[in-house]
Design a protein around this ligand. Structure first.
Ligand SMILES: *Cc1c(COP(=O)(O)O)cnc(C)c1O
Length: 391
C-alpha cells in the first residue's frame, strides 16, 4: 500500500486522537526500522520506551511465539506457570514481595492507588484516602490517573475527576504543607518523563522516604517510563537509595507487548484480597512469556552496565553538540534542549532525515532500545547533528 492510501485509511477509520509523523513503519531490527516505501530509520524512541530489546529480538520472538503456540490465554480462574515465572523474575529484580499484572501504565497506577486507599482506610478509617502527587507529573490517561497527573493541561475535559488528589512541588517544604492527617500515600516519578525528562533531587527523595516511613504514608514510585533498565539500574529507585512500598511498571516491561505491573512490598502484600481487584487480560501467558524474556536479560549486571555506558556515551555526544544547550536525565532516558528551533519541528525534520526521536516539553527526548548498537547510535547522532545545524 502507498503512503497516501495508508494515511487516508488512518484518517477514515481511527479516532483522531493522535497527531502522527508521516511514516508508516512496517519492519524493524534492533534500533533500525523500515517504512512501507522501504525507507530506513534509526530509532531513538523504542516505541516510547517500550521495545527494551529493540524490534523483534530473536529470543523474545521465540519466547512469545512459542507461548502463543502452546496456550495463549486461560483467565485468572486457573494457575499459569509462565505468569508465575514472570512474577518471580520481576519481584527478585525489584526486591519486592509480589505483583499484580494489568495491561498498561495507567492500569498499574490504578492498582497502586487502590492499594494505597485500602491500606489507609483499613488502618485509619474512611477519610484516610488522600494521595499526594507532584506538579509536572504524568501518571496516565484514565479518569483517575488524569486526576493524579499534576499538570493543569490534563485537567481540562472529562470532569468530574476522581477526588482525593493533591499536588506538591518536588521539595520537602511543599510536601510538608500538602500532606494532611488523611494522606495515605505519595506517588512520584523519579525522572519526570512526559514532564520534560526532569530527575528529582536525590536528597529530596531520601528525605521524602524517611518522612513517609515516619508518618506511615505509603511511598509509591511510578516507574512506568524509568523502569526495566531504562535509567541504568533495573528500577530507578535502586540508584536513589530508597525502597518504596509500591512500584508501578509498564512501558519497557513486555518488550513490546501491552503489560502493566503493580509491585508491592511486605507492608502491602496482603492489602488486596480475593475480589478486590482484577483484569481479564492481566497476567496473560503470551505477554508474560515476553516479560520473562525481557526481565531475565535486563536484570543482569553486564546488561545494565552496557546501558550505563551507552547512556553516558549518548549524553557526552549530545553535550558536545553546538546546537544543544543542555542535557538532563539518567542512563538511556535523556532530554536535550536545543539552542534554536522547537522540539516538535526538529523531531519532524529528524523523521524526514531518517531518525525517530521524541519530545517532552522543551526538550528532544531520547529513549532508544536498551540493545541499540554503537553503530546505530553514531548513525542517529550524525543525522541529529545535521538536522540541528539546519535550524
Ligand atoms: C506512559 C506513562 C504512563 C501511562 O502509561 P500507559 O501505558 O500509556 O497507560 C504512566 N506513568 C508514566 C510515568 C508514564 O511515562
Amino acid at each position: 500500500m502507498q503512503f497516501p492510501a495508508i494515511q487516508e485509511g488512518d484518517s477514515q477509520y481511527l479516532i483522531h486522537s493522535y497527531a502522527r509523523f508521516p511514516a508508516a513503519l512496517v519492519k524493524g531490527k534492533n534500533a533500525t526500522a523500515w517504512d512501507a516505501d522501504g525507507k530506513r530509520y534509526i530509532d531513538f524512541t523504542a516505541g516510547i520506551g517500550v521495545n527494551s530489546l529493540g524490534y523483534s529480538d530473536p529470543q523474545w520472538v521465540q519466547a512469545v511465539s512459542g507461548q502463543a503456540a502452546q496456550i495463549q490465554h486461560l483467565s485468572n480462574l486457573y494457575y499459569s506457570p509462565v505468569t508465575i515465572r514472570a512474577a518471580e523474575l520481576l519481584c527478585h529484580a525489584a526486591g519486592m514481595e509480589c505483583v499484580f499484572f494489568g495491561n498498561s501504565g495507567a492500569e498499574a497506577n490504578e492498582c497502586a492507588i487502590k492499594v494505597a486507599r485500602k491500606y489507609g482506610t483499613d488502618k485509619y478509617g474512611d477519610q484516610h484516602c488522600q494521595i499526594v502527587t507532584l506538579n509536572n507529573s504524568f501518571h496516565g490517561r484514565t479518569v483517575t490517573t488524569l486526576a493524579a497527573t499534576g499538570q493543569p493541561g490534563f485537567h481540562q475535559h472529562f470532569l468530574p475527576f476522581t477526588g482525593g488528589f493533591v499536588y506538591a512541588d518536588a521539595n520537602m517544604k511543599s510536601v510538608g504543607k500538602t500532606v494532611t492527617e488523611n494522606t495515605c500515600a505519595v506517588l512520584v516519578e523519579l525522572v519526570q518523563g512526559e514532564g520534560g525528562v526532569v530527575p528529582l533531587d536525590k536528597d529530596f527523595v531520601q528525605q521524602l522516604a524517611q518522612f513517609c516511613e515516619k508518618k506511615d504514608i505509603l511511598l509509591m514510585v511510578d516507574e512506568v517510563q524509568t523502569g526495566i533498565g531504562r535509567t541504568g539500574s533495573f528500577f530507578c529507585y535502586q540508584q536513589y537509595g530508597i525502597h518504596p512500598d509500591v512500584v508501578s511498571a509498564a512501558k519497557g516491561l513486555g518488550g513490546g507487548l501491552p503489560v502493566g505491573a503493580c509491585l508491592v512490598d511486605r507492608r502491602c502484600a496482603d492489602v488486596l484480597g480475593p475480589g478486590d481487584h482484577g483484569s481479564t487480560f492481566g497476567g496473560n501467558p503470551v505477554v508474560c512469556a515476553g516479560v520473562a524474556a525481557v526481565v531475565s536479560r535486563v536484570e543482569k549486571q553486564p546488561f545494565l552496565l552496557e546501558v550505563q555506558k551507552k547512556g553516558a556515551y549518548l549524553r557526552s555526544r549530545l553535550q558536545k553538540m553546538d546546537n544543544i544547550q543542555s542535557v538532563r536525565g539518567l542512563g538511556m532516558m535523556l532530554g536535550a534542549k536545543p539552542v534554536k528551533g522547537q522540539p516538535g519541528a526538529i523531531a519532524a525534520a529528524c523523521v524526514q532525515a531518517g531518525l525517530l526521536v521524541l519530545t517532552a516539553k522543551d526538550v528532544l527526548r531520547f529513549l532508544p532500545p536498551l540493545t541499540i548498537t554503537k553503530e546505530e547510535l553514531d548513525e542517529g547522532l550524525a543525522i541529529l547533528e545535521k538536522v540541528l545545524q539546519q535550524q
